[in-house]
Design a protein around this ligand. Structure first.
Ligand code: CO8
Length: 258
């Protein structure tokens, strides 16, 4: 896969998609978002891949949507025609787990894109913020919705209204990221986490992801019912036979292809 604004690697069953516009701190433009959707869908459909990492550079995951590209837009450009946002949420359609790995700036649309990942691993250099208010706009890809659901109203309002950046430690404390790792070890740690996930049954991992995401869209009772159906259905799969038989035989399970 060759892209103008992304770098792609695979490590065994793990795909790494790296945002790559270094001169603009990975500012997210239309082409990059089109390419990201394309790469995500290809890996989601690739039976050799079990987990996807989305990351940026050492300096920036992404410093937001591309301000230079937007500065002269009018309402017709944003809502009509090419409709900004049309290609931003492909990541939400990906069924396999997506880990976001954040180093450096993760701002505005960059933070919104990061929050669309299933979980985030941050380097100790990471800085998160929603500074859209400083450039005279609101967030547009879920910043006012996912941030309060993730870190609570008080912290979210503080970040959204003052444009204050939080560091990796505060991001971990507030639940925005699952782990903080020294910058020189963060990819190693993320690749190990992704390889662990990819060694499990892909279909069980997809079901868990789907079920967790359901928690944000439904009542507790309905969510538990939804989960229960997946649990029952698991008994019709080879993954359940392999996993439970391997446990009882005191051998490691082999979920390859399951
Ligand atoms: N867009 C375009 N270019 C950018 C962006 C950006 N968001 N961020 C940085 N750059 C460029 C700079 O213009 C500069 O380019 P050049 O070298 O040609 O002058 C280069 O990257 C390096 O940046 P700085 O010189 O500014 O580097 P500093 O280390 O001094 O500062 C900062 C780094 C603090 C990250 C600073 O660049 C900054 O504040 N950037 C803007 C952050 C921002 O406001 N982000 C929000 C943008 S709006 C948005 O994201 C809305 C999302 C809505 C999505 C809706 C979809 C549906």
């Amino acid at each position: 896969m060759n892209y103008a604004d992304l770098l792609i690697e695979t490590h065994g069953k793990v795909a790494v998609i790296r945002l790559n516009r270094p001169k603009a701190l990975n500012a997210l433009n239309d082409n990059m978002m089109d390419e990201l959707g394309d790469a995500l869908y290809k890996f989601d459909a690739d039976s050799n891949i079990g987990c996807i990492i989305l990351t940026g550079s050492e300096k920036a995951f992404a410093a937001g949507a591309d301000i230079a590209a937007m500065v002269d837009y009018d309402y017709g450009d944003t809502y009509g025609g090419n409709y900004i946002g049309r290609n931003w949420e492909h990541i939400l359609n990906v069924r396999k787990p997506v880990i976001g790995v954040v180093q450096g700036f993760c701002l505005g649309g960059g933070c919104e894109l990061a929050m669309m990942c299933d979980f985030l691993i941050a380097a100790d250099t990471a800085k998160f913020g929603q500074p859209e208010i400083k450039v005279g706009v609101t967030p547009g890809a879920g910043g006012t919705q996912r941030l309060p659901r993730t870190i609570g109203k008080a912290k979210a309002m503080d970040m959204l209204l003052t444009a204050r950046m939080i560091d990796a430690a505060e991001a971990e404390r507030t639940g925005l990221v699952s782990r903080v790792v020294a910058a020189d070890k963060v990819m190693e740690e993320a690749l190990a986490a992704a390889a662990t996930i990819a060694s499990m049954s892909v279909s069980v991992a997809m079901a868990i992801k789907d079920s967790v995401n359901r928690a944000f869209e439904t009542t507790l009772t309905e969510g538990v019912r939804y989960e229960r159906r997946y649990f029952h259905a698991a008994f019709g799969t080879p993954a359940q036979k392999e996993g439970m038989q391997a446990f009882l035989a005191k051998r490691p399970p082999n979920f390859d292809g399951l």
